[in-house]
Every structure is written in structure tokens, then in C-alpha cells.
Design a protein around this ligand. Structure first.
Ligand SMILES: C[S@@+](CC[C@H](N)C(=O)[O-])C[C@H]1O[C@@H](n2cnc3c(N)ncnc32)[C@H](O)[C@@H]1O
Length: 255
């Protein structure tokens, strides 16, 4: 991603920030499911040092603090205002907000849990970043991540609306990039199909979540009309249109 493209991603999330928390119901569900997976795979009741990157407005942050005793939680997001927002509700646990792209973070060491929901699809050179993150994990440390597979927003891909994230990965892509010494305990890829009253509502939803926020942005009225007609032609069922989320969630542990 060029620096300009990174700025566009940040702008898109910034614009959706106020509405993200309530509009991103699917991401909220994914965050809760990720925490359940962590529990289901035998994670301990508490972690001394945890890091969450791409925390956004705190869907995963909330689910983590509700389920685990955390002594220290480092929060990161590309947007300082997002990380500040998430940190506010967990202030006593959060010594410092780490803002900026996770790719260039100065990572704490000896971390017991690294968690992130719905963010790795935006991270550049992800295998290298994953290596660094796993290095920062303490022995027996836990990794709980979710991203999206190549079927993410397939309706938009089919209609070539643009704005896709740079790093969609399917479940089968993960084992080969997990660093040596990390054991994959569970991985899941289960699509979630959401319905809307109209294609225009889909665009509104994307804008409100800041995700693919650029879809439809610079279109003329005619282009918008063409997009809406094509969306209804291809993806209308029983008077509603679909939008597919393709979450990939995994739990891994360091030896
Ligand atoms: C879809 S939101 C997910 C937020 C939250 N984790 C959740 O589950 O609701 C993605 C977040 O990742 C952040 N982000 C995007 N690229 C990033 C990067 N390279 N490093 C850190 N955060 C990033 C965005 O600012 C946004 O807040």
C-alpha cells in the first residue's frame, strides 16, 4: 500500500468512526466469537500482559476484558482517536496507547496474549509483521486473530466497485505463514450473509463502518444508478439484497 493509499484507509475509518460501533454488528459478533474460541481452546482465566492491535472503537477490547482478567493491556490502532476511545473504557489496564500502523510499532516484549479482530486484512507485508508479533510473545503465549477470506464482500467484487482490502486470506493460507514454534489450535472460516433493503443501504452500511468506505464515493449519479440496478439484478432475494462477510478466525499458541 502506498502512503497515499494508507491515508485513504485512515480517512475512510476516521469518517466512519462515530457510527462504527453501532453499525459494525458483524464485526462485534466476530469479536465475541473470537473470545469464545480463545476460551474454548483452554486459554487461562487471566493474562499478565496483553496487546490488541487494530482495536478500533473497542468491540474486541470489551469482549476481552469481560472474559479475562488482564493486568496490562496495550491497545493499538492506526487512528489515535480510535485507540483513545477504546482505551477510555479500560483506562486502569491500559498504560499507554500505541498509535500508528502495527507494521511499525515498537512492540512490548514478553506478551502473554496478542489479539486482533477484523484488522489483519489491512496490514501490509503481513507474514513479516506476524513474525515480529510472535517474537514478542512470551513462551506459551496466545494468539487470537481474525481477518477475512477472499469471499469477503464478494458482491462488491463481482460488481467491481473497488475499495477492497489488500490482504484477504482464506483458512488454508494461514498454516504456511505461521512462524515455526507456533501451534495452530483452531481455525474457522464461516461466511456470514447480511441482508439490506436496498443496494443504497449496503453503501450506507459500508460508509458507516468505514470499511470499503470508498465504494461508490466518486461515482456520478448514472454510475450509482447502474451499480444499484446491477446489485438488485444479481443479489436480490425475497425483496432484500445480500452482503457477504467471510471471517477467518484462529487461535494459536507459542511452544
Ligand atoms: C474493521 S476495524 C476493526 C476494529 C475492531 N478490532 C473491531 O473488531 O471492531 C479495523 C481497524 O483497524 C485499524 N487499522 C487499519 N489498518 C491498520 C494498521 N495497519 N495498523 C493498525 N490498525 C489498523 C483501523 O483504523 C480500524 O480501526
Amino acid at each position: 500500500m502506498t502512503p497515499r493509499a494508507r491515508v485513504r484507509v485512515a480517512e475512510s475509518f476516521r469518517r466512519g468512526l462515530e457510527t462504527y460501533h453501532s453499525a459494525a454488528r458483524t464485526q462485534a459478533q466476530i469479536a465475541r466469537d473470537l473470545v469464545l474460541m480463545l476460551r474454548g481452546n483452554g486459554a487461562p482465566a487471566g493474562f499478565a500482559k496483553a496487546l490488541e492491535f487494530g482495536c478500533g472503537t473497542g468491540h474486541l477490547t470489551e469482549a476481552l476484558v469481560q472474559s479475562f482478567d488482564l493486568d496490562t493491556l496495550y491497545l493499538n490502532d492506526l487512528l489515535p482517536e480510535a485507540a483513545d476511545l477504546a482505551a477510555r473504557s479500560v483506562a486502569p489496564l491500559c498504560p499507554k496507547v500505541l498509535t500508528g500502523p502495527v507494521e511499525s510499532l515498537d512492540l512490548p516484549t514478553g506478551i502473554d496474549l496478542i489479539a486482533s479482530a477484523s484488522t489483519v486484512q489491512w496490514v501490509l507485508d503481513w507474514p513479516k509483521v506476524l513474525d515480529r508479533l510472535c517474537d514478542a510473545l512470551a513462551p506459551k503465549g496466545w494468539l487470537a486473530l481474525s481477518g477475512f477470506g477472499t469471499n469477503q464482500y464478494h458482491e462488491l467484487t463481482v460488481l467491481s466497485s473497488g475499495g477492497a482490502a489488500p490482504n484477504y486470506m482464506d483458512a488454508q493460507d494461514w498454516p504456511r505463514i505461521l512462524p515455526l514454534g507456533m501451534e495452530l489450535l483452531e481455525i474457522r472460516q464461516t461466511p456470514i450473509v447480511v441482508t439490506f433493503d436496498s443496494a443504497r443501504e449496503v453503501l450506507r452500511h459500508l460508509r458507516r463502518t468505514g470499511v470499503n468506505g470508498r465504494a461508490g464515493d466518486q461515482w456520478t449519479r448514472e454510475q450509482l444508478q447502474r451499480f444499484e440496478t446491477a446489485y438488485h439484478d444479481r443479489f436480490e432475494q425475497d425483496g432484500k439484497v445480500t452482503l457477504t462477510y467471510d471471517p477467518v478466525m484462529l487461535i494459536a499458541r507459542k511452544a
